[in-house]
Design a protein around this ligand. Structure first.
Ligand code: PLP
Length: 393
């Protein structure tokens, strides 16, 4: 029974969240997602979208989704293995397989679900999973669901990975899977995949990469970090999302070794027990993948925007985490100041969010800027100028 005591107890949890400055206030867009958005009737330069290639409102993506809506209907009203598999699903799985250079691909309702289904299905109590400490929440939760022995290594620290692998094999692990984000979303740092594959191979371990923040934007054809680092045939599993650069709608996938994908289709619970992604979403995502795959110019524009913004901000004396990724963390160590700075930028017409503990380590608060190929170089100048103005207060 939800009574007055329950209301007071939950109310005090919410009060605690507010008191710690962790209450997430949602802003509602009154426009499509993109480099400029409208919020409460005002236009903002948007520096906090995962729409890295500007495909969320791309006319070809919208047209493909609309055509599929007319041709294929609104929803599937079934999980995949009953009557929920549409030709669109098989087509996107084949296209992802061909693009990523793997053997097979399975589409999930989201990448959160993809990561939620992998570890429990492929590993049991005799096995081990070795996970980077900064991996995404969906990997952490997915690992928790599995009976495998769990090991964590320090972020991108290959000697520590080696030590954890040694420990796992000394404990008698039968099969071992090393899992890492391809790009760490709070820092924009890339996993050192060449070294990681070498260390894993030295222990006979399999490798899985969550490439959600790389698919479409890194590598010559946008196939992500395995392509960028030249280790496509050494990575056994890649997970990723359709919810960021690839049109930004929803859906996630796992792509990789044939028997692993086949087993996921038989046993992964978020695949078996959740409704199929609507065909129109799949069709729009397929159009987005085709654009991303051929999107050499868009990737060049994105890289140019990131380089320009990083250069201007460094010249203006801001402390950035180094790198080349379009995730550009602007470090404002004090959490309250970071939140205040985001608010001042909002007044100046720039939409950006502050992240503080516990999402990032204590004392490492930041404004996480995310750039898009749909931004212009002038937008980069405007953004950097507003950061300077907001700093001056
Ligand atoms: C690294 C990583 N993995 C997985 C996900 C989850 O993706 P989805 O939104 O498709 O569930 C995200 C999204 O925030 C992510 O950043």
């Amino acid at each position: 029974m939800f009574d007055a005591t329950s209301a007071a107890a939950y109310g005090s949890i919410l009060d605690d969240i507010r008191a710690q400055g962790l209450f997430k206030q949602e802003r509602s867009l009154g426009s499509p997602q993109g480099p400029r958005v409208s919020i409460d009737g005002r236009e903002y330069l948007n520096l906090c979208t995962n729409d890295y290639l500007g495909l969320a409102a791309h006319p070809e993506v919208i047209a493909a989704a609309r055509d599929a809506l007319d041709a294929d209907g609104f929803g599937m009203a079934s999980v995949r293995f009953i009557s929920g598999t549409h030709e669109q699903h098989r087509a996107i799985e084949h296209e992802l397989t061909s693009w990523l250079g793997t053997e097979d691909t399975i589409l999930f309702p989201s990448c959160f679900d993809a990561n939620g289904g992998v570890f429990e299905t492929l590993l049991d109590a005799e096995d081990a999973v070795i996970s980077d400490e900064l991996n995404h929440a969906s990997i952490i939760d997915g690992v928790r669901l599995s009976k495998a022995q769990r090991y964590r290594y320090r972020n991108r620290d290959m000697p520590d990975l080696n030590a954890q692998l040694t420990e796992a094999s000394a404990a008698g692990a039968r099969r071992t899977l090393v899992v890492t984000d391809g790009v760490f979303s709070m820092d924009g740092y890339l996993a050192p995949l060449e070294d990681l594959c070498e260390v894993a191979e030295g222990h006979g371990a399999m490798v899985m990469v969550d490439d959600s923040h790389a698919a479409g934007i890194l590598g010559a054809t946008g196939a992500g970090t395995p392509e960028l680092f030249g280790v496509r045939d050494r990575v056994d599993l890649i997970s990723g999302t359709l919810g960021k650069a690839l049109g930004g709608a929803s859906g996630g996938y796992v792509s990789g070794r044939g028997p692993l994908i086949e087993l996921l289709r038989q046993r992964a619970r978020p695949y078996l027990f959740s409704n199929a992604v609507p065909p129109m979403v799949v069709a729009g995502s397929r159009a987005a993948i085709a654009i991303a795959r051929a999107g050499v110019d868009a990737r060049a524009a994105l890289a140019a925007n990131a380089a320009r913004f990083r250069g201007l901000m460094t010249d203006a004396g801001f402390d950035l985490l180094p790198g080349e990724h379009p995730i550009v963390p602007v470090m404002i160590p004090d959490a309250e100041e970071a939140v205040a700075m985001a608010a001042r930028l909002g007044e100046l017409g720039v939409y950006v969010r502050a992240f503080a503990y516990p999402v990032v380590p204590m004392g490492k608060a930041r404004l996480r800027v995310q750039l898009s190929a749909a931004h212009t170089l002038d937008d980069m100048v405007f953004a950097a100028e507003q950061f300077s103005a907001a700093r001056a207060g």
